[in-house]
Design a protein around this ligand. Sequence first.
Ligand code: AMP
Length: 284
Amino acid sequence: MLVLDSISGFRAARAKLGRLAFVPTMGALHAGHMSLVHEARRHAPHVAVSIFVNPTQFGPTEDFTKYPRPIEDDLRMCRDAGVDCVFTPTAAEMYPAGVPITLLDLPPLTKTLEGRFRPTHFAGVCVVVLKLFNIVSPQIACFGEKDFQQLAVIRAMVKSLDLPIDIVGCPTFREADGLAMSSRNRYLNADERRRALSISRGLFAVQELARSGEISCEVLRRELRRHLEHAGDLPHVPTSIDYATVVDRDHLSELTTLDRPARAVVAMRVGTTRLIDNVPVNPN
Ligand code: AMP
């Protein structure tokens, strides 16, 4: 497995490979990331992973400096999964001093949900993903449904800029108890980890209600909030909900009636850790 930290080095290695599937990540890899790698392998004979904690997608008060960077573990997981090339640039390689950063934005998709709480986030995501696409030159790129809005934004960017890359969305990989895998789960202590389970519980409950025929999104939202707010024996764990709602699958606009494919989406802080999750919700 090749590990390259310079753009020119990566491009030289990539030029020797044919059809390539790409999995961009910020590292602190877990089984959810590796499910993307396995999916990537189904689409192309060669797979590249990038590991880059992208400063431009973090807000000034967010966890950029404390974001976990266990690079040796990450590389071992990539090697075990048969990845061909890993791109591990520094921030200075991606954003050299003195070179202005192109800003990319795609309203209105980038303004709802996450965009309301992280106003500069998707501009940072778009610029880094476009730069990575230009460096890696993949035919396929795999993204997780765990970050459902990000997947929608990337699909929209690829379409709007005519990028010759197929975007593959991959289902959310969960722990056995339902918690969506996330690099940020390692910030949670035992009580917070248990309190965080109300997120997947609430989302599954909404799915169940919809399956049983409920079409009022107000009722679905209320059920979701009821689960999120249920502290049980953990009232000492602080939580706050950024959003908990049901949105149109394609436009991410809030729905009143479940009359089309939708997504139940949550962003909630548990302790000081902000977690997001979502599930498909379909009218039956
Ligand atoms: P990140 O390292 O958090 O930027 O994530 C890199 C890629 O992995 C993104 O496309 C995420 O949506 C995806 N991902 C993160 N967690 C999961 C998960 N639990 N299941 C599936 N994909 C995931």
